[in-house]
Design a protein around this ligand. Structure first.
Ligand code: AMP
Length: 270
């Protein structure tokens, strides 16, 4: 496994390679990330994983500072998986040139996390288009856990590059909590509550197949969760999987949730 710190080294290392699989991450790797890497190793001739905590996608400086970083452990995991390359750039490597791609979220896009984290997806799309320009992969593996992220990034990447974005399913722990690097910031009580919220929403979804979804029904669920747990729910919405429009049918839809447990913000979809 080769560790690449500079874009020039990366260009040299990947020269002449085709069918390159790319897994962009912010590190603190868990089994969710590992599942993306394993997919890339299966479907691609070379696999490159990036580890870069991108400052421009954090709408809160404190959140950026306390984002968990475990580079040594990450490299050990990736080496064991037999990844070909790990790209660990600094800010200068990523941001030294101007991004030619214009990033603009329309009013229709400013929903869910985009509504509550101002500038977040502009930062995500910016860094993803920069990374794609540097790595030039055939396939980019991303997780459904961040559904709105994949929805927006896929559109930008596939409109501007020849790379394909491959959607990978969410990996959960045995208590149904979606794995996330941010889970490392939760104390024991919050971890238990987060799993309970996941299980609650999974069974809520099952019950919705027999019901007509109304705003009132969702509001009742939101209030119930806030009463049961020490949680502040930013949004709890049911939206169509294909276009992210609000819907009153559970078929072809997903429940989207964004919430704070103490000061830690978690998102999920079911
Ligand atoms: P992050 O390091 O949080 O930026 O995530 C890097 C990639 O891993 C993104 O494409 C995420 O959607 C994906 N990912 C994060 N958590 C999971 C999970 N539990 N299951 C599958 N993919 C995930």
């Amino acid at each position: 496994m080769k560790i690449l710190l500079r874009n020039n080294d990366l260009n040299e290392a990947l020269l002449g390679s085709s069918n390159v699989g790319f897994v962009p991450t912010m590190g603190s790797l868990h089994k969710g990330h590992i599942s993306l890497v394993k997919k890339s190793l299966i479907y691609c001739s070379k696999t490159i994983v990036s580890i870069f905590v991108n400052p421009t996608q954090f709408n809160n400086k404190d959140d950026y500072k306390k984002y968990p970083r475990n580079i040594k452990k990450d490299l050990k995991i990736l080496k064991k998986l037999k990844v070909n390359f790990v790209y660990v750039p600094n800010k200068k490597q990523i941001y030294k040139t101007k991004n030619k791609i214009k990033i603009h979220l329309s009013k229709k896009d400013k929903i869910l996390c985009a509504k509550y984290r101002k500038g977040h997806f502009e930062g995500v799309i910016d860094v993803m288009t920069r990374l794609t320009n540097i790595v030039k992969p055939s396939k980019i593996f991303m997780g459904e856990k961040d559904f709105q992220q994949i929805f927006l990034v896929k559109r930008y990447i596939e409109n501007n590059f020849r790379s394909k974005v491959i959607i990978c399913k969410t990996i959960r722990d045995k208590n149904k909590l979606a794995l996330s690097s941010r889970n490392l910031l939760l104390d024991k009580k919050s971890l238990i509550e987060a799993s309970k919220i996941s299980r609650d929403l999974i069974s809520f979804k099952k019950r919705l197949f027999k019901k007509k979804i109304t705003k009132k029904l969702i509001l009742i669920k939101k209030n119930e969760l806030e009463k049961l747990y020490d949680v502040d729910i930013e949004y709890l919405e049911i939206r169509n999987k294909k276009n992210l429009q609000l819907t009153n049918k559970i078929k072809n839809s997903k429940i989207f949730v964004g919430y704070y447990l103490k000061n830690i913000r978690l998102i999920d979809n079911f």
